[in-house]
Design a protein around this ligand. Structure first.
Ligand code: FES
Length: 213
């Protein structure tokens, strides 16, 4: 039976940053993963290690509804199972060869991942959508303090650039976290730029290299 931490949704990326037919690296509590969007627009994720010789699958390429390793071209399906080994085209790969599929879903323009399959969907923020993500070399506590925010279960609410902003956090280590900023969908383009700039200033303050805007 999966541990509770495995069945917990973690914010890992901004949906708009993963175009159809592309793969990107992301981080889960237990390690790196490769997140890829098939030509159909459906999103998938796997462990970021090829079961052949360990190449990062996030360096690979997407063709149709498959992900291929950049090194020797092993091809994986949406279920993570190896479909083809180019060096042995007549061989049907055993179903046991797979790259560790990870559950992913998209809410509020945010990609969430879970090692197991959570019973409940990720937390939803009605009327909000993702603005951008930013990797900050600081703890969640330092990030929250730098923007005078309130933090509940890793979600910081704060005023940034004059706008009420929600910051989702994904802890990568004691002093590093991915932050994904959400704004009300009606926020103007001008205000979105202001918040994005304020987020950069927040990063500098949290990292101790400057003052917040
Ligand atoms: S390391 Fe991936 S196919 Fe060889």
């Amino acid at each position: 039976m999966a541990a509770d931490t495995d069945a917990r949704w973690v914010p890992i990326a901004v949906s708009a940053d993963i175009l159809n037919g592309t793969v990107v690296p992301a981080q889960m509590p237990k390690g790196p993963i490769a997140v890829w969007r098939a030509a159909s627009g459906h999103l998938y994720a796997n462990g970021d290690r090829c079961p052949h010789r360990g190449m990062r699958l996030s360096h690979g390429f997407v063709r149709g509804e498959t992900l291929s390793c950049i090194y020797h071209g092993w091809r994986f399906g949406t279920d993570g199972v190896c479909q083809k080994i180019p060096a042995h085209p007549a061989v049907e790969p055993p179903k046991t060869i797979n790259c560790g599929p990870v559950s992913v879903t998209e809410v509020n323009g945010v990609v969430w991942g879970a090692a197991a399959s959570p019973v409940d969907p990720p937390v939803q923020f009605a009327g909000y959508n993702a603005l951008r993500s930013l990797l900050i070399s600081a703890s969640v506590e330092a990030i929250s303090s730098a923007c005078h925010g309130e933090t509940v279960e890793g979600v910081i609410t704060a005023q940034l650039g004059g706008q009420g902003t929600i910051l989702l956090t994904n802890v990568h280590g004691p002093d590093e976290a991915l932050v994904i900023a959400l704004l009300p969908t009606a926020t103007s383009a001008q205000d979105r730029v202001k918040v994005s700039t304020a987020l950069e200033a927040l990063r500098r303050t949290a990292e101790g290299i400057g003052d917040a805007a």
